[in-house]
Write a protein that binds this ligand. Structure first.
Ligand SMILES: Cc1cc2nc3c(=O)[nH]c(=O)nc-3n(C[C@H](O)[C@H](O)[C@H](O)COP(=O)(O)OP(=O)(O)OC[C@H]3O[C@@H](n4cnc5c(N)ncnc54)[C@H](O)[C@@H]3O)c2cc1C
Length: 346
């Protein structure tokens, strides 16, 4: 068995052990048993945010396959088992007239992984609607229930990410009971819907528009589309303070012409988020760029690094390094990888 068969980028060597856990009890027991024997553990969801070494993982991979969605006490409260397919959950909420997740349509992976990096797209993040995360703490060996405020959510981050300590068992969402979407915040989505930012549309319309936009960028997994053999965005958008932004603006004027405007989004507290894709393109890496060993930049989106037949994890990372170093040279900004790297570093 190769982990390449379990990752969306189709890379990764073998694991020493592999357990599929279909119930919460099996999941906790598998983790407890591995911890008791001192085995390294990799919790595997849909493998859509994982880059695994060609050498594989020298430990036990525990695949989360728990199922179940239940309505909670109040209207709009939904508790979802970690192993539920994320997009099916979003589709269900839209069909049931619950708003708050519709812009997170088309994202691969499982529900249990969504709090890990505070999954977000098109103006929504799961941190806006998660009310509680239930999990197993490998350190205390206890089950915990923690409210949103204690999840440490930030941009593509949470207290769960990189901690290896927590196994998410289920996630509870508090959604608005309405067929209309949450206000559309993302300009590109608003334009696609023909509305102004802040307007609401029917959730089903928002979902369709998001999926269409994502498909155009190769951001919906499609086995027949080689541009979707990726982990989605390979780099997060850098968040810059005023001084760092000024430095980027100066470099951009020198490199791209005096009239160049650096695109940015407000990130609060005087900070801005600059699109990593723009920095990569201006640093000279075009869509489709390939160093010639099977790894390449998607022909649909500069932020997605894709693998083809002969690619290896080593090759994918070499490409990522080349891009990272190119952006440092051009703009002095060091891009941070978004996926979780297993057995490799950038
Ligand atoms: C085409 C494409 C588009 C994407 N678009 C987006 C996007 O728009 N926005 C976005 O935020 N992300 C996006 N992603 C990234 C990815 O889909 C999300 O991060 C997703 O939530 C990962 O889910 P997964 O089940 O595949 O997790 P995996 O890749 O299996 O795991 C990711 C990490 O979470 C851990 N983990 C998984 N499940 C659990 C659990 N139950 N308990 C504890 N730890 C766990 C794993 O150990 C690993 O560290 C995209 C990926 C692809 C391939």
């Amino acid at each position: 068995m190769k982990l390449a068969d379990y990752t969306t980028v189709r890379l990764g060597g073998p694991a020493r052990g592999f357990v599929r856990a279909s119930t919460e009890e099996e999941l906790i027991e598998a983790v407890r048993a591995a911890d008791a024997s001192g085995e390294p553990v990799l919790i595997l969801g849909g493998g859509s945010n994982l880059v695994v070494a060609d050498e594989g993982f020298d430990g036990i991979v525990i695949q989360v396959a728990t199922r179940g969605v239940s309505h909670g006490a109040g209207p709009g409260v939904l508790t979802v088992a970690a192993g539920e397919d994320w997009d099916a959950v979003v589709a269900r909420t839209v069909a049931e007239g619950l708003a708050g997740l519709e812009c997170l349509s088309g994202i691969p992976g499982l529900a249990g992984a969504t709090p890990i990096q505070n999954v977000g797209a098109y103006g929504q993040e799961v941190s806006q609607t998660i009310t509680q995360v239930r999990g197993y703490d490998r350190k205390t060996r206890e089950i915990f229930d923690i409210p949103n405020e204690q999840c440490g959510f930030g941009y593509r981050s949470s207290r769960f990410r990189g901690a290896d300590r927590f196994v998410v068992l289920s996630v509870t969402f508090g959604l608005a009971v309405q067929v209309r979407s949450a206000p559309v915040r993302y300009a590109e989505l608003a334009a696609a819907l023909g509305v102004s930012p802040g307007d609401q549309v029917e959730s089903i319309q928002a979902r369709s528009a998001v999926i269409e936009l994502r498909q155009r960028k190769g951001m919906v997994i499609d086995p027949s589309d080689p541009d979707t053999r990726s982990v989605g965005s390979f780099f997060v958008n850098p968040v810059l303070d005023a001084a760092a932004l000024r430095a980027v603006e100066t470099a951009a004027r020198v490199r791209c012409g005096a009239g160049t405007t650096v695109p940015r989004f407000d990130a609060g507290d005087g900070l801005v988020k600059v699109p990593a894709a723009w920095l990569i393109e201006q640093a000279g890496f075009a869509k489709g760029y390939s160093p010639g060993d099977g790894a390449r930049i998607s022909s649909k989106h500069t932020l997605a690094l894709v693998s083809s037949g002969s690619a290896t994890t080593a090759g994918l990372l070499a490409l990522a390094r080349e891009i990272r170093d190119g952006v440092i040279d051009a703009f002095g900004v060091s891009l941070t990888p978004e996926p979780v790297l297993i057995g490799v570093t950038l």
